[in-house]
Design a protein around this ligand. Sequence first.
Ligand code: G3P
Ligand code: CA
Length: 328
Amino acid sequence: MKFIKSIILGIIMGAFSVNALQASPIVIAHRGASGYLPEHTLESATLAYAQGADYIEQDLVATRDSQLIVLHDIHLDTVTNVEEKFPTRKREDGRYYAIDFTLAEIKSLRVFERKDSEGNQVFKNRYQGKGHFQIATFEEQIELIQQLNRQFAKNTGLYTEIKSPAWHQEQGVDISQLTMNILRKHQLDDPNKAVYIQCFDFLETKRIRNALGAKVKLIQLIAENDWLESTSDYDYLKTPAGLKEISQVAQGIGPWIPQLLDFDQKQATALTKLAHNEGLAVHPYTFRKDALPANISTQEALDLLFKEAQVDGIFTDFTDTVIDYLSH
Ligand code: G3P
Ligand code: CA
C-alpha cells in the first residue's frame, strides 16, 4: 500500500516532490544500505533504493578542489586504501584528510568496509568481499536517485548531512554554501521536495536558514556535549526552550537513540513529546540490528522506537528490516 501511494505521489509531483512532513514514519537509509555494502558508495545507495528507503542519506565533506563528496568522516583512512596509495600525504596527526586531496585523487581510491584503529572491520558480519567500490560525489548520488525515481515513478528523497562546517571554514571552505549551490543547481532548495539537510552545528543550522536563505527542510542533529561534535550545547537544545529555538529554523531533530529511549528500562524519555510540542519531527540515529543491546530483539527494539518513543522516522543501516517491520 505504501509502495502504491509512493508511486502515485511520484507520478503526480515528479522527482523529489513531497508534501511537508509525512504522517507515516519515514525510513532513512543511513549511509545507503550500509548493513550490506560499503557505506555511501553508489552501490550502497542503489541497494537502499531497491529496498524501498523513503530517503537515502549522504554525509558531505569537501575535497581540495571544493567538490562535495559523500563520506562520513573528514578523514579518508577508515574506509579507503589512501594510506597504501598516497603514503606521504598524511598530516602530523597521522590522518589523511579528504580536503588535502583532489577529486581525481579521491576517485583513484578504493572503498572498503569501515575499519577501527587496529585495522579490524567494525561490523564483522557485513560485506567481506574485495569489490572495487569508489567514493561518490554528491551530484552523482543526486543523479542516481533522480534517474531511478524517473524510471520507477517513485519519490525517494535525499537526507544530506553537512559535516563539520566550522572545521571546513578553518580550512578555507564554506561547505554549507557549496551544498546550497548544488541544491539550487538541481532546483532542490525547496521545502516541498523530498530533501532534508541535517547538521550537528546549531550555529550553522541557523546560518543556513538565515544568512544563506535556505528554503529546504532542515534537521538539527543532537549529539552529547562530550563528543565535541560542535560548539553547540546539546543539553540546552534538548530542553523546551532549546527545542523552541530549533523550531524557529528547522523542521525536526535527529537525536541519538539513547536520548529518547532507555533500552534497559524499556521506556521513552520526554524528548520526543517535547519536540512534538514544538512541531518538530523526530528522526533518531541509528537502528542497527547487528548492534542491539543483548537483551533486546529486533522486533522489540522497533516496537519501542515506533510505539513507545513514537518517532517520526529512523536512520537505519538495515532499510529492508525496518520496511518489513512497518509493513506488518
Ligand atoms: O546524521 C545522522 C547520523 O548519521 C549521525 O551520525 O555519525 O552516522 O553521521 P553519523
Ligand atoms: Ca550522518
